[in-house]
Design a protein around this ligand. Sequence first.
Ligand SMILES: O=C(CO)COP(=O)(O)O
Length: 150
Amino acid sequence: MRIALVAHDGKKQELLEWTQYNFPVLKEHILCGTGTTATLIRNETGLDVEILKSGPKGGDAQIGARIVEDRLDALFFFWDPEAAQPHDPDVKALLRLATQYNIPVAMNRATADILVGSPLFYEDGYERALYNPQMRDPYAVIDQAEQAVI
Ligand SMILES: O=C(CO)COP(=O)(O)O
């Protein structure tokens, strides 16, 4: 799976500890993350995490673009409900796109645990259906080429 790891400052330690605990699982996947989060996880765990821009500098937007381009399969985003973010519109946009494109999203540790505890997490063939009421089968799995002609 292609996975993005993101945490706001007040949640970075929690996400770091979660990645340390889940190192054996995560090392089997393709990882990226927003700048500060990805750097922290790389340095502290040794996981090969691609470092994107920092969140306030467009990192959330980069991850959103990966979702739209079908280049991401799961998002672990520990956002901080107790801290205002200068780039809140980007955060909202990322969460919106993740929902729109039916991306599994863990926004806290319990959800992250349940996500990696699911057998589906380890199935290469799992296909995310995109709900589209305009199609005869509204739950058909649509690939990028088909989406373009709708
Ligand atoms: O702000 C973020 C997500 O909205 C995270 O960005 P950093 O990982 O660069 O701190």
